[in-house]
Design a protein around this ligand. Structure first.
Ligand SMILES: [Zn+2]
Length: 371
C-alpha cells in the first residue's frame, strides 16, 4: 500500500485539512477501482468498512493478488468530520453555507463534448481513452474557491479515471441499498447480490449532481450524443448505503468489506476465483418510483414497520401523535414495496419525510434524492 496525503488549500490561516489516499496494486493497472468512505461525514459505518477493506487489500497485495489498481480514500470528508453543533455531529451539510457535501459536483459532459468533437473513431478503446482525457481536461479547467469546493474537486479528480467507483454512505435507519445509473445495473448486479442489497435504485439523472453521477453520467450522455460511435460506459459508479447510522459493528463491517472484495475479484481487480453469488434479494427499481412518506402534521412518530419490511399499498407505516390532544394521524404508503429506510428520530415537524418505500408505480419528477 502506498499512502499519500493531499493538503486542501487552507481556508483559514493556521488551519489545514488533508485527504489521505491509499493505493494498492500497480499505478495505471486496470481495472482501476476507486472507493471513498463517508462523504456525508456523519455516516460512520463506511469508515469502519473502509478500515476492514484496507486490511483485506493489504493482505491481498502481500499475497500478490492485486491485478488492477485500487484507490481508497478512507475519510472522504475531513471538513464534515470535524463539524459539530451543540454536541451533535453535522456531517451532511457544510455549516459554512448549508450546502450538501454530496451535491453540486461539476457537470462535465458539455466541456468534454467540445473537446471530443471530430476526434472520436470507430475504435471503442481509443474513444474510451479520448473521453478520459477530455474529462480530465474539463475538470482541470474548473476553478474551485471554497474549501468544500476544493474537496469536491480533489475527490472527483481522484475518481474520474476509474473503471468502477464505489461511494460508501449510509441512511438514517435502513437496510442495505444501492443507487446507480440505469446503464450500470448489470455491472453492479454482483455487488448487489454479494452485499445482500434489499433495494437498488436506477436513474439516468437523479438531480442535484451527486458525486457518483459526476463520474458516470458523462459516459452515458456522450454515448447518446454520438450514437454512431462506440463509446462504452468507461466508468460505472454506485452509491452504497451501508444500512443506518448506528449500524457500526465489527462482524457486519467485516462481512461487508469481504463482499466488496468479492466484487473486486469479480471485476478482475483482484485475481483468484470469484465468490459464488447469493440469490438477489430484490430487483432494481426506478428511483422515480421510490416513495418518500411525508408527515402531514407534526408530532411523535410511532412506526408500525421497520426497515426491510414489505408493505402493501395503503399500509399504515407510522402514526403521528399530537401530544396535546392525543390525536393519531396515520401515514400511509401509496406504493407496495420494501420500506428501506426511516428516520432515526421519533419526532417530526409537518412536511418532513419520515420514511421511504421502494415502490414501482410512482413516476416522480424533479430532484429525486433527499435534500
Ligand atoms: Zn450519504
Amino acid at each position: 500500500m502506498n499512502s499519500d496525503t493531499i493538503a486542501l488549500p487552507s481556508a483559514t490561516p493556521g488551519t489545514r485539512r488533508t485527504l489521505t489516499v491509499q493505493r494498492f496494486g500497480t499505478p495505471g493497472a486496470r481495472p482501476q477501482v476507486y472507493l471513498q468512505a463517508s462523504l456525508h461525514a456523519d455516516e460512520i459505518p463506511a469508515l469502519l468498512v473502509a478500515d476492514k477493506l484496507r486490511r483485506i487489500l493489504q493482505a491481498e497485495e502481500a499475497a500478490g493478488r492485486l491485478r488492477g489498481e485500487v484507490i481508497l480514500v478512507p475519510v472522504a470528508n475531513p471538513i464534515g468530520l470535524g463539524q459539530s453543533l451543540m454536541g451533535h455531529h453535522v456531517g451532511r451539510f457544510d455549516m459554512e453555507d448549508g450546502k450538501n457535501f454530496n451535491r453540486d459536483y461539476p457537470y462535465l459532459t458539455d466541456a468534454a463534448a467540445e473537446r471530443l468533437a471530430g476526434r472520436l473513431t470507430d475504435d471503442a478503446d481509443a474513444n474510451k481513452a479520448a473521453v478520459r482525457a477530455a474529462l480530465a481536461d474539463a475538470l482541470a479547467e474548473q476553478t474551485p474557491r471554497t474549501e468544500a469546493e476544493h474537496l469536491k474537486h480533489r475527490l472527483l479528480a481522484l475518481a474520474i479515471q476509474a473503471d468502477y467507483v464505489l461511494d460508501l454512505h449510509c441512511d438514517l435507519e435502513a437496510v442495505m441499498h444501492l443507487y446507480t445509473l440505469t446503464p450500470s445495473a448489470d455491472a453492479f448486479a454482483p455487488l448487489q447480490r454479494l452485499l445482500g442489497a434489499q433495494a437498488v435504485f436506477l436513474a439516468e439523472e437523479s438531480g442535484g449532481d451527486p458525486f457518483d453521477e459526476a463520474v458516470s453520467r458523462p459516459w452515458n450522455e456522450l454515448a447518446k450524443r454520438w450514437p454512431d460511435k462506440p463509446i462504452p460506459m468507461g466508468c460505472h459508479s454506485v452509491t452504497v448505503e451501508l444500512r443506518g447510522q448506528a449500524d457500526v459493528e465489527h462482524a457486519q463491517a467485516e462481512t461487508d468489506a469481504r463482499a466488496i472484495a468479492g466484487f473486486l475479484t469479480h471485476v478482475g481487480a483482484l485475481s483468484g476465483e470469484p465468490p459464488a453469488l447469493p440469490e438477489p434479494l430484490c430487483a432494481p427499481t426506478p428511483l422515480e418510483s421510490s416513495e418518500p412518506l411525508v408527515a402531514p402534521v407534526g408530532g411523535v412518530v410511532v412506526f408500525h414497520h421497520k426497515p426491510g419490511d414489505r408493505v402493501e399499498a395503503g399500509a399504515v407505516v407510522a402514526d403521528i401523535l399530537d401530544p396535546l390532544d392525543g390525536t393519531l394521524t396515520p401515514v400511509r404508503s401509496s406504493s407496495a414495496g420494501v420500506l428501506y429506510a426511516h428516520n432515526a428520530t421519533r419526532f417530526t415537524q409537518a412536511g418532513k419525510r419520515i420514511a421511504k418505500v421502494a415502490g414501482t408505480t410512482l413516476r416522480r419528477t424533479g430532484p429525486l434524492l433527499s435534500a
